[in-house]
Design a protein around this ligand. Structure first.
Ligand SMILES: Cc1cc2nc3c(=O)[nH]c(=O)nc-3n(C[C@H](O)[C@H](O)[C@H](O)COP(=O)(O)OP(=O)(O)OC[C@H]3O[C@@H](n4cnc5c(N)ncnc54)[C@H](O)[C@@H]3O)c2cc1C
Ligand code: FES
Length: 283
């Protein structure tokens, strides 16, 4: 009988069935899970074990009929080891973990991010587009240069079909407008007369800037941000390596997605992160 769920505390070996280079130093993979899982919610993550190297958290970019999609940016030895994996190789997966984005109805959905933060936003875009209610969806993506934009063609295609409004920018002006994604976000907020929810994922410093901008606009009824730029060890609430001050919330079980009310209470947000030693370091 096929098992109905992944193991929470031990990696389940799964085979890579597709691999492609998405952008600079970033590969995407489709991985076939040997268990029956229909779907996951945007913002949730898995722990990826690369045999003989390391285990670390990775957001879910897609999950359909037990095929998991992930996007992995090169950071250090663990992600480099994954980049060497090819179709047919095995990796370990455990999860699914974390609290997802929870989009309400009848608002403008404003998704903003950069880097590997675009992976949970990809799944969120897909879910919102599939929703029958015709809501306005704006995706704001920024990168240093055009070769670092994740899912550019996928998002542009949705834009061309009129399903989303895609705002793209680069620091060097090589694609889209030159500057940060917050420029177009703020332009939208200044002109909009209807309620909006902001969803952000990416470097925490960028999310703090977005949070401070969003607070200035009463039409922003909620902000949901994925604090996935933090160190994790167990992924399911046991080690407290991911705890934030002063609430003691563990990002892996109480997040990684937090709403405005909760973000207001996390004094570490955008200011301090924890190193692998447990020590706090200014972001
Ligand atoms: C909930 C969550 C979801 C994530 N989703 C993605 C994703 O979809 N795609 C992606 O490319 N990256 C994602 N990351 C980041 C990814 O886990 C790290 O880039 C990876 O662990 C780096 O390991 P490394 O050995 O390559 O680099 P290292 O040299 O070990 O570390 C490079 C950086 O990554 C951080 N890091 C190292 N190990 C961990 C760990 N166990 N947990 C968190 N951070 C770590 C370090 O603090 C350092 O800042 C996510 C992180 C979290 C917390
Ligand atoms: S990673 Fe262990 S409690 Fe969050």
């Amino acid at each position: 009988m096929i098992k109905q769920t992944l193991s929470n505390d031990k990696p389940v070996m799964s085979v890579i069935v597709e691999k492609w280079e998405e952008c600079f130093e970033t590969y995407c993979y489709k991985i076939k899970l040997p268990v029956k899982i229909q779907s996951a919610k945007p913002g949730q993550f898995i722990m990826l074990w690369v045999p003989r190297e390391d285990e670390y958290p990775i957001c879910i970019a897609g999950l359909k009929d037990s095929i998991l999609e992930v996007g992995i940016a090169k950071m250090g030895p663990g992600t480099e080891a994954m980049h060497k994996k090819e179709v047919g190789d095995l990796v370990g997966i455990r999860g699914i973990y974390g609290k997802p984005f929870t989009p309400p109805e009848d608002v403008n959905h404003l998704l903003i991010g950069g880097g590997f933060g675009m992976t949970p936003l990809k799944l969120l875009t897909e879910v919102l587009v599939a929703n029958e209610n015709k809501q306005t969806i704006h995706v704001f993506e920024g990168a240093r240069s055009k070769n670092r934009l994740m899912y550019y063609e996928w998002l542009q295609d949705f834009h061309d079909q009129g399903k989303i409004n895609f705002h793209v920018c680069t620091d060097d002006g090589s694609l889209g407008y030159q500057g940060f994604p917050t420029i177009d976000l703020e332009k939208f907020l200044q002109e909009s007369e209807t309620s909006s929810v902001i969803y952000a994922a990416g470097p925490e410093k960028m999310m703090k800037v977005i949070f401070d901008i969003g607070k200035n606009y009463p039409k922003v009824v909620d902000m949901q941000m994925s604090l996935a730029d933090r160190y994790m060890r167990c992924g399911f609430g046991a080690c407290a390596y991911c705890a934030v001050d002063p609430t003691g919330w563990r990002i892996c079980v109480d997040g990684p997605v937090f709403n405005t009310e909760k973000l207001e209470q996390i004094s570490d947000f955008g200011v301090y992160k924890r190193l692998e030693t447990g020590e706090k370091k200014r972001i």
